[in-house]
Structure formats: structure tokens, C-alpha cells
Ligand binder design. Structure first.
Ligand code: IMP
Length: 197
């Protein structure tokens, strides 16, 4: 199956490829009229609502074009701090831009609660069929940013399933074995009943 991933984030595309390509599927970014489409995201409603909004907008955009009928993949994800339920969640990228990783560490230090998790929701639609999956990766927030691999919150995220280093310090290969995105994409690939085409 040729999967068109509606995201502007190349890291996400690379992570999805790691899961789908060994199964015989291909993954590339969705491009319409030479551009990666932007979507209206109801962030106040959470990551699942955002993923649903993205898939309906993406399907509407390709209707009537040569891409109609293609398999479209969307994903929304965020980090959730145990000390602040549902926060920053769907607003992770905005909060990261506004207060930075140091601002997050400061709030976590003040709360005394370092537990956290990444969550992802992905939806795949192909030929009037729709599959949805969720993925979670538990961890703790580090005392300071470490490493430059990955993106976003990775320099301050220490996965429980790792060796005590942050995702920023771990290789992409290691992140891709245990991340929320690996889990959400794996969940989708398990739901795809028909053999790859
Ligand atoms: P989205 O592109 O709207 O789904 O926003 C995802 C945001 O959540 C990113 O910009 C990061 O701030 C955060 N995030 C989600 N997944 C990851 C990850 O794997 N590593 C680091 N940050 C992530």
C-alpha cells in the first residue's frame, strides 16, 4: 500500500517508514499542489479530536484530485505531564515554543512529580475504510536537556524502557523501537488485515 502521511514533520515520516516499509508498504509525505497542507486543529479538544479533524480535512482536500482513493495517514501526538493532567497534550508544540524545555523542567521541579508520557493517535483511511490506533510511551522528565537526537521534548524525555538516557541521547533506532509513534504505527499495521499491495 502506498501511504501518504499528512504531516510536515520529517521525523514522523521517518518513524512511520521504519514500521510500514518492512511490511511492504511505502510512506511519503502528502503533497497537494506542491505544498504540505496545513490543517485547522481543535487543540482544546485533545489529540484524538485533532487527528480526526486532520483526516477529514485531508480527505476533503484530495477529493476530486488524482490522489482521491489513496491511503491517507494522519497522526497527532503530544507529551502529558503527570503533575498537570492533559497538559501540554495537544498544545505541546505551542508550549514548547512559548516556555521552552527549561520552562517545562522548572514547572516539573516545582511540582516534584517527574512522571510523564508521550501519547499518539493515528488514523489511516483507504478506499472508504478507516483504522485508528493509539500509542503511549512512559518516561520521566530529566533535570536538564541532554542530547540532540529526535525533536521536540526528546532532550528532556527519559523513557522507562531505556537505559536512563534521554531520547535526545539515544539513537533513532532505539527510539523507534519503544516510542509512542512506533506503537501507534504498529497498532495500525496490525489492523491492516489485507496483505500489502
Ligand atoms: P503535532 O505535530 O501537532 O502532533 O505536535 C506534536 C508535538 O508534540 C511536537 O511538536 C512535540 O512538541 C511533541 N511531540 C510529539 N511526539 C514527540 C516525539 O516523539 N518527540 C518529541 N516531541 C514530541
Amino acid at each position: 500500500m502506498r501511504i501518504l502521511f499528512a504531516t510536515g514533520n520529517e521525523n514522523k515520516i521517518a518513524e512511520a517508514r521504519e514500521v510500514f516499509e518492512p511490511l511492504g508498504h511505502t510512506v511519503e509525505g502528502l503533497i497537494i499542489d506542491g505544498h504540505r497542507p496545513n490543517f485547522d486543529e481543535p487543540k482544546d479538544l485533545g489529540i484524538e479530536a485533532v487527528a480526526e479533524a486532520k483526516i477529514s480535512q485531508a480527505l476533503a482536500l484530495i477529493e476530486g484530485s488524482e490522489l482521491q482513493g489513496s491511503a491517507i495517514l494522519v497522526e497527532d501526538s503530544g507529551i502529558f505531564l503527570d503533575a498537570f493532567p492533559e497538559w501540554p497534550g495537544a498544545e505541546s508544540s505551542d508550549v514548547e515554543r512559548d516556555i521552552g524545555l527549561e520552562g517545562i523542567i522548572q514547572r516539573v521541579n516545582q511540582s516534584g512529580e517527574r512522571g510523564t508520557e508521550y501519547r499518539a493517535v493515528a488514523i489511516l483511511s483507504s478506499e472508504n475504510q478507516v483504522w485508528k490506533s493509539q500509542g503511549v510511551c512512559r518516561g520521566t522528565i530529566s533535570n536538564r536537556p541532554l542530547g540532540s537526537n529526535g525533536f521536540g521534548y526528546d532532550p528532556i524525555f527519559i523513557p522507562d524502557e531505556g537505559d536512563g538516557r534521554t531520547f535526545g541521547e539515544l539513537s533513532n533506532e532505539v527510539k523507534n523501537q519503544i516510542s509512542h509513534r512506533k506503537k501507534v504505527m504498529e497498532g495500525l499495521s496490525n489492523l491492516l488485515k489485507s496483505p500489502s499491495r
